[in-house]
Design a protein around this ligand. Structure first.
Ligand SMILES: *Cc1c(COP(=O)(O)O)cnc(C)c1O
Length: 379
C-alpha cells in the first residue's frame, strides 16, 4: 500500500543508539532504562515513570498494584482497544461498561455514578483516539466515592487537557509504545504515578515480585509477580524518540491540520471530531466519522484501490465475541460507543506524509463517498 495507516519515525539516531547498547554488552536493566524513565516522567509531569514490556503489561500491573481482585468492579468505557478491559479480567474483577460522549468518544461522567456499587473499586478512563477524557469531572467522582482513577493514555502521549499532559491525571496512568503509537520502542509501555509506594509495588511486580535491592536482583519474592521488564535496547529507541518528541509532535499536528483544511476545501462529507480543535490535540491517529454507520468496509475497499490504507476503529469491546459470550452483551446497549464504532474511519498518519499526499488522500475519500452504491446507503 502506497499510504499505510502508520509508519514509525525512525532515524539514524535510533539506529545508532541501538547499536551502542548492543556493543555495550549490557542489554537489560541498564542505564538506558533509567534515563528513559526519567524522560518519561518529565513529559508526563509525574514523579515516577516505570517502563514496561507493553501497554497491556502496564495496565495489568496497575490492577495488581492497586489490589483490584475477584469480587471487585471497575467502571470503564467499551469504546477502546481491548487491552483496557482485558486487564480487569486478568485479575478476576468485573468490568462495568458505561457509554461514551458523542463529542469526545470518552467515558460519559454523567453515566458513571448510577453504576457505582459497594463493590466498585476504580474508574478506568480511556483517552480514546488520544482524545482526553473529562478529567475534572472524573476526579471529582473518584474523590467523592473514594475510587481509584486509572487513566489509559496509551494513545494520548502528546495530548493535553486543560494545559496538563494526558498521563498526568490518574492515580496511575499508562502510555504504550507499540509501533503505531505517537512514539515507539517497537514494543513497550509505562506506568505513570506520583505515589512512591505505588511505584515500588509496580517495580517489584514487573520483576517477578522481587524485593527491591540496589542491583535489582534481590533473592526474596514477596508476591506473585511477572516478567514485564523493558530491555535497554528498547529503552534506547524510546530515549531517541523522546529527544525528538517536539519535532515528531509538530509534524503530526501539521499533518492533522492539512487533513482538516483539505476536508473543508474539498467538501468531503465526513465529520472531523471536535477534540482535534484543542490547543494540544491528539497526535495518535486521524479519524473521521463517515456520514452513516456501516459504510466503513466499502470505503476502506475503495481507498485501498487508490493505494490508501484505512480502517474502522474501534470495534466496541462489549460486542467482541469473548465479552458477548461471558456477559451476554447485545447490540444497542451502548449506542454512542456503537455509533462511533460503526462510523469512525482512521486515515494514514505518519511523519513522512506531505501536504500533497494529504490532499490526495482526502480527494480519494471524497470520490469513495461519491460512489453510487455508497450514496444509496447514506441515510
Ligand atoms: C495500544 C493500546 C493499549 C495496549 O498497548 P500494547 O502496548 O499494545 O499492549 C492499551 N490501551 C489502548 C487504548 C491502546 O490503544
Amino acid at each position: 500500500m502506497k499510504y499505510p495507516l502508520s509508519r514509525p519515525d525512525i532515524t539514524r539516531k535510533e539506529i545508532d543508539a541501538v547499536r551502542r547498547v548492543l556493543e555495550s554488552g549490557r542489554l537489560s536493566l541498564g542505564p538506558q532504562l533509567a534515563e528513559f524513565e526519567k524522560q518519561l516522567a518529565n513529559v508526563a509531569a509525574r514523579k515516577e515513570a516505570i517502563a514496561t514490556s507493553s501497554g497491556t503489561a502496564a495496565l495489568h500491573l496497575i490492577m495488581r498494584a492497586l489490589d483490584i481482585r475477584a469480587g471487585d468492579e471497575v467502571i470503564t468505557s467499551p469504546l477502546s482497544f481491548i487491552a483496557s478491559t482485558n486487564c480487569i479480567e486478568y485479575v478476576g474483577a468485573k468490568p462495568v461498561f458505561v457509554d461514551v460522549l458523542e463529542e469526545t468518544a470518552c467515558i460519559d461522567p454523567a453515566a458513571i455514578e448510577q453504576m457505582i456499587t459497594s463493590r466498585t473499586k476504580a474508574i478506568l478512563a480511556v483517552d480514546a483516539y488520544g482524545f482526553p477524557a473529562e478529567y475534572r469531572e472524573l476526579r471529582r467522582i473518584a474523590r467523592e466515592h473514594e475510587l481509584y482513577l486509572i487513566e489509559d493514555s496509551a494513545e494520548a502521549l502528546g495530548a493535553a487537557y486543560e494545559g496538563k499532559p494526558c498521563g498526568s491525571f490518574g492515580d496511575a496512568s499508562v502510555y504504550a509504545f507499540y509501533a503505531n503509537k505517537p512514539i515507539t520502542t517497537a514494543e513497550g509501555g509505562a506506568v505513570l504515578v506520583n505515589d512512591p509506594g505505588l511505584a515500588r509495588r509496580v517495580r517489584s511486580l514487573l520483576n517477578q515480585g522481587r524485593e527491591l535491592t540496589d542491583d535489582g536482583w534481590g533473592e526474596r519474592h514477596e508476591e506473585l509477580g511477572y516478567n514485564y521488564r523493558l530491555s535497554d535496547v528498547h529503552s534506547a529507541i524510546g530515549r531517541e524518540q523522546l529527544n525528538r518528541f517536539e519535532t515528531i509532535r509538530k509534524r503530526r499536528r501539521q499533518i492533522i491540520r492539512w487533513y482538516q483544511e483539505a476536508i473543508t476545501r474539498l467538501e468531503v462529507p465526513v465529520t472531523v471530531p471536535s477534540p482535534y480543535e484543542l490547543d494540544d490535540p491528539s497526535i495518535f491517529s486521524f479519524v473521521t466519522r463517515l456520514p452513516s454507520p456501516g459504510l466503513q468496509e466499502a470505503v476502506t475497499r475503495a481507498l485501498a484501490r487508490d493505494g490508501v490504507q484505512s480502517r474502522s476503529y474501534f470495534y466496541p469491546i462489549h460486542l467482541q465475541p469473548w465479552y458477548r459470550k461471558k456477559y451476554g452483551y447485545r447490540d444497542g446497549m451502548f449506542p454512542r460507543a456503537e455509533s462511533w464504532g460503526a462510523s469512525a474511519l482512521a486515515l494514514p498518519l505518519y511523519s513522512g506524509l506531505t501536504k500533497k499526499d494529504v490532499g490526495y488522500i482526502a480527494g480519494c475519500l471524497k470520490l469513495a463517498l461519491a460512489d453510487e452504491s455508497i450514496q444509496a446507503r447514506i441515510r
